[in-house]
Design a protein around this ligand. Structure first.
Ligand code: FES
Ligand code: FES
Length: 200
């Protein structure tokens, strides 16, 4: 049985990862960070507009955005990648999980500016043509969903979890998936799928 305190720590750790991404999105004048190229910045009245370059699922997008725009809204409303879901929009449910430079982040808590010059992967970028990612296939095989609303976030977290090496036991899987909530309560099948979708 999962230790509830351990789960809480894991959840805090996951949120801290996204909080760090938010910090990266707090753009100092003219640049995102020392490792990314300069951001074009225009201020008109109270609004600041940024010219950003995002690499999403291997495609490069040049966008002009309000500096306050989240990565989640950019993906869904500007790039029409609606596989990433908006659940709570406040960092509590995990439905918006994507990868930035291979690490899972909550895109509702990440400014688009924080992803400038970085590589973003969404659920649409996991399959290779018609061939599903093994984790996507495992979710299907294990019937690890009911309504499916949380599923893209669950799968993105699961892929990252395997990469992080946090799939040593069912208890560890539950702990490191604890930031992804499922209102349908499909947790037993989700855990089974995560374990099946990782390297055997
Ligand atoms: Fe981002 Fe819920 S929509 S954590
Ligand atoms: Fe419905 Fe998870 S399958 S919220």
């Amino acid at each position: 049985m999962t230790d509830p305190d351990a789960s809480a720590v894991s959840r805090r750790g996951f949120l801290a990862t996204s909080a760090a991404a938010v910090a990266a999105g707090a753009v100092p004048a003219g640049s995102v960070s020392a490792t990314t190229t300069a951001v074009g910045r225009t201020t008109a009245g109270a609004a600041t507009t940024l010219d950003l370059t995002l690499r999403v699922n291997s495609a490069t997008h040049r966008l002009r955005l309000d500096a306050r725009t989240t990565l989640l809204d950019t993906l869904r409303e500007r790039l029409h990648l609606t596989g990433t879901k908006k659940g709570c929009d406040r960092g509590q449910c995990g439905a918006c999980t994507v990868h930035v430079d291979g690490r899972r982040v909550l895109s509702c808590l990440t400014l688009a500016a924080g992803a400038h010059g970085r590589s973003v992967t969404t659920i649409e970028g996991l399959a290779k043509g018609a061939r599903l990612h093994p984790m996507q296939q495992a979710f299907l095989d294990c019937d690890a969903l009911q309504c499916g609303f949380c599923t893209p976030g669950q799968i993105m977290s699961a892929v990252a979890l395997v990469g992080e090496g946090h799939d040593g036991s069912p208890a560890e899987t539950r702990e490191f998936m604890s930031g992804n909530l499922c209102r349908c309560g499909a947790y037993p099948n989700i855990v089974e799928a995560v374990r099946k979708g990782g390297p055997s």
